[in-house]
Design a protein around this ligand. Structure first.
Ligand code: AMP
Ligand code: MG
Length: 474
C-alpha cells in the first residue's frame, strides 16, 4: 500500500459516495505550465496543509486536480427566473472533502479545470482575472464576518484561452475553492426534476448532517436554510455587497455565499444599483436581494413538498408557507442587529430598524458613499458628508442612542473594501503580468478595519465607479 504522509490531510469523497447519481467521475485537464499566483497560507494551515508542501510537486498535483477520485457535480437551477434542468459543474471538479483543524467539514473544489460532460457550449476554462476576483471577494467577505467560500489558491495555467470580451485572448486561471459544501438549491431541483423522491430524502438527511444538525426533517431543514439565508443576505445588505447573479444554482444550502462572478460593491448608496452587464432587467439589483433570496427559498421549498405532506398536498404547502412567511421577520431582525452594530447604538430593534432605514434614504438622496459614511460616523466626520435639516435631525437622534466608542465602531465598519474601480485596475495589472496591485488589495481587504500607511489610495471609491459594469464572461 502507498505510504501516506501523516502531515497531509487525506481527501474523502463523501458526496460522490453518497450520491453517485449526482456525480460524474471526472479528471481535470492537465494545465501546460501551472504556477501558483496566490496561495492562502493561513487558510492552508487551517485546513491542515503545510503551505510548503502545497507549493511542492505533490501539492501542485492536488491544486491542479491531478489526483484520483475527483467528480463533476450535477445540478439544475432557475437562472434569471427561468428553470434550467441541466446545469452542473461545466468547468469545475470537486476535489474532495475534509475536516479541518477546527473540526469543520469542507469541500475543496477546482474551477477552470476544463470541459466536463456538463459544459454545454462552454470551453470549460476560466480566465485568471475572474479567479483572482473571486479570491479577493471571498477574503474580504470572510474578514467582515460574512459566511463565504474562500480561495485556497489561484493558479495560472500557462495557456491562453479564448477571449471573453473583445478580441484578445486571456491567460487561463484556476481557483481552488474551499466551501462548507456545494449543495445548492439547484442540487435539490436537479433531484426533483430527474430522479426518484428517495434521492431527495437522502439529500435532506445529508444536508442536515453536514450543515444544520439540529434541524428536524425536511421542514426543519427548510427553516434552517431560510434562517441562514436571511442572515447571509442581511450581512450583504449592511455591507453594501451586490452578488449579481443570485440564480438558484448559486445559492448554497450551507448559508455561505458562493460564486462571485459579476458581483460588485456599492459606492454611493443606491437601492437599484446593478453592475452586471447581463442583468438587463435589474433582477439582482442591490435592493432586490432580500426578496430574491425568498424567491429562491420558495423554489427550494417546492422540492421538499412531497416529503412534507405524506398524503395531503395542501397540508405540505401550508407547512412550507408557514416557514417562508417568517423569512421577512428573520431578515429584519438580522438586519436590525447588524445595523445597530454598524451604527454603534443600543436600542429596540424597531427603533434601530427605523433609524437605519431613514439613514439609507438620506444616503441615497444625497448620493453619499455607503461604506465611507459608516466609517466617517465612527470617526466623527459624518456631518461633513450630508447636508440639510433632516440630516442634522438624524445625526442628533443617532447621538442620543450612541453607545459604542470610535474604536468599537471602527472594528465593524470596514475602511478597505474591494472597490469596483480598484479591483478592476488591479486585475488589469494582473492581466499584464504585474501581480503587485492584486496582492496589495488582498492584503488591504483581508484586514479591512485597520488604517495602514500607504493604503490611502484604496480608501475611497476611486474615479469612474458610477458607470462600472462587470461582465459575466468568466
Ligand atoms: P455560473 O454563472 O458561473 O454560476 O455558471 C452557470 C453554469 O454555466 C454552470 O453550470 C457552469 O458550470 C457553466 N459554465 C460557466 N462558464 C463555463 C465555461 N467556460 N465552460 C463550461 N461551462 C461553464
Ligand atoms: Mg454557479
Amino acid at each position: 500500500m502507498e505510504k501516506l504522509d501523516p502531515s497531509v490531510p487525506v481527501l474523502q469523497q463523501s458526496y460522490a459516495e453518497a450520491f453517485p447519481e449526482l456525480s460524474v467521475p471526472w479528471r481535470a485537464d492537465v494545465p501546460p505550465r501551472p504556477e501558483i499566483v496566490w496561495l492562502n497560507e493561513p487558510l492552508a494551515a487551517e485546513l491542515g496543509f503545510d503551505p510548503a508542501w502545497l507549493r511542492g510537486e505533490e501539492g501542485l498535483a492536488l491544486l491542479t486536480g491531478q489526483i484520483d477520485g475527483t467528480t463533476a457535480q450535477a445540478y439544475a437551477g432557475h437562472q434569471f427566473g427561468s428553470p434550467n434542468p441541466q446545469l452542473g459543474d461545466g468547468r469545475a471538479v470537486l476535489l474532495g472533502d475534509l475536516v479541518d483543524t477546527r473540526g469543520r467539514h469542507c469541500d475543496l473544489h477546482l474551477k477552470g479545470s476544463g470541459r466536463t460532460p456538463f459544459a454545454r457550449g462552454g470551453d470549460g476554462k476560466a480566465p485568471l482575472g475572474p479567479m483572482l476576483r473571486e479570491a479577493v471577494i471571498g477574503e474580504w467577505l470572510h474578514a467582515t464576518e460574512v459566511p463565504t467560500s474562500r480561495a485556497l489558491a489561484v493558479l495560472s495555467t500557462g495557456e491562453q484561452i479564448g477571449p471573453r470580451q473583445g478580441v484578445t485572448p486571456e491567460p487561463g486561471g484556476l481557483l481552488v475553492r474551499v466551501a462548507a459544501s456545494h449543495l445548492r438549491v439547484g442540487t435539490f431541483e436537479y433531484a426533483t426534476w430527474h430522479l426518484d423522491e428517495e434521492v431527495r430524502r437522502r439529500l435532506v438527511e445529508f444536508t442536515i448532517r453536514r450543515h444544520h444538525p439540529s434541524a428536524d426533517g425536511p421542514l426543519g431543514l427548510l427553516e434552517a436554510v431560510t434562517r441562514a439565508q436571511a442572515e447571509l443576505v442581511a450581512r450583504w445588505m449592511v455591507l453594501g455587497f451586490v452578488h449579481g447573479v443570485m440564480n438558484t444554482d448559486n445559492m448554497a444550502l450551507s448559508g455561505q455565499g458562493i460564486d462571485y462572478g459579476p458581483c460588485a460593491v456599492l459606492d454611493v448608496h443606491r437601492r437599484d444599483a446593478v453592475f452586471s452587464s447581463i442583468d438587463r432587467g435589474g433582477r439582482y439589483a442591490y435592493g432586490s436581494q432580500p426578496g430574491i433570496a425568498l424567491w429562491n427559498l420558495s423554489r427550494f421549498a417546492e422540492t421538499l413538498l412531497p416529503l412534507l405532506g405524506q398524503t395531503d398536498p395542501n397540508f405540505a404547502v401550508e407547512q412550507a408557507t408557514t416557514v417562508l412567511e417568517q423569512y421577512e421577520g428573520w431578515y429584519q431582525q438580522a438586519w436590525s442587529r447588524l445595523m445597530g452594530r454598524k451604527l454603534g447604538i443600543d436600542g429596540a430593534p424597531e427603533e434601530v430598524f427605523a433609524l437605519g432605514q431613514e439613514l439609507l434614504t438620506l444616503l441615497e438622496e444625497q448620493q453619499v458613499d455607503h461604506t465611507g459614511f459608516f466609517r466617517a460616523l465612527g470617526e466623527g466626520r459624518a456631518a461633513e458628508l450630508v447636508t440639510g435639516a433632516s440630516s442634522m435631525q438624524w445625526m442628533r437622534r443617532w447621538e442620543t442612542l450612541r453607545s459604542a466608542t470610535p474604536a468599537e465602531m471602527a472594528r465593524v465598519n470596514p475602511l478597505y473594501i474591494p472597490r469596483n474601480v480598484h479591483l478592476e485596475a488591479a486585475l488589469r495589472s494582473a492581466h499584464l503580468g504585474d501581480l503587485e496591485p492584486v496582492q496589495e488589495l488582498l492584503g488591504a481587504v483581508s484586514a479591512p478595519f485597520t488604517r495602514r500607511v500607504g493604503l490611502d489610495h484604496l480608501e475611497g471609491p476611486g474615479d469612474g465607479g458610477e458607470h462600472f459594469l462587470t461582465f459575466c464572461g468568466t
